[in-house]
Design a protein around this ligand. Sequence first.
Ligand code: SAH
Length: 285
Amino acid sequence: MNVNTDQHADEEAAHPAAGVGGLYDRNTELVDGAADGNIHFGYWEGPSDSSSFLEATDRLTDLVAQRVRAGAGRRLLDVGCGTGRPALRLAAASGAHVVGVSISHQEIELAQARAARSGLGDRVRFEFADAMTLPFDDASFDAAWAIESLTHMSDRTEALREIRRTLRPGGRVVISDFLLRRPPTGAAKEIVDHMCEVFQAPSVAGPDEHWSAVREAGFEVVEFTDIGENVRRSFVEIPEFLGRAGASVEEGADIEFLASADSFSRAATLPEVGYVLMVAERPVG
Ligand code: SAH
């Protein structure tokens, strides 16, 4: 189902990330189905871990949650919140207040419905906003997190600077994102480039880019952990899901993500592709 009112068109035109919003608007119902609202990779403890994709994606959320240090009464920001499952999981486990923002109207609608169903609507709110220009006061959050959203942003440093502005001094941001361990060449480069094209990601950041963006935005790096081998199985699970979903997608539906299945499968074996969990803090004073 596409949402395409004039109001939405105007708002999207006013936002630099309109293309990404449209991408998620068109594909939200599809990707929401992969892991019941976790629109991100899964984490497995090791080769003998038989967790389902859903369990593994919740575990990744929990790794982020531990680092966010969510607690009762704290005010948290989810940057690029998808359809809300991670924010609701954090809020339920911690008693924190969470605001989630996304550049997709469709996602926000589904996230709001999910919040209403969860009974956590008094503590969790979702709203349409561009992370590059957050509609929040300075220093209004205790912590923030961004799961697989910074990869879409036109300027990673600027996006982080904007997150920093909204955090109180001493507040932290937890980033869960793709990592290119070293620049790919040949066939590997083609696969990575195709993934970036499908997902409207300017590029996949290398270690230096991840570190420098965070530092230039005014944060101090607290942790940088490559969990690439723990999430790798996602590259197999996602195309399997897309294959099953593809069989039932209506003719004429906008299905860009289905086109990524082959690249996902091929990316599964690329040693260049990692995945980073990063924690950074806004210095006090
Ligand atoms: N964090 C969610 C969704 C990840 S998918 C989850 O883990 O389930 C990437 C998300 O980033 C989508 O919600 C997309 O709308 C959001 N996004 C991308 N660019 C954005 C921008 N400029 N402003 C706000 N959200 C953005």
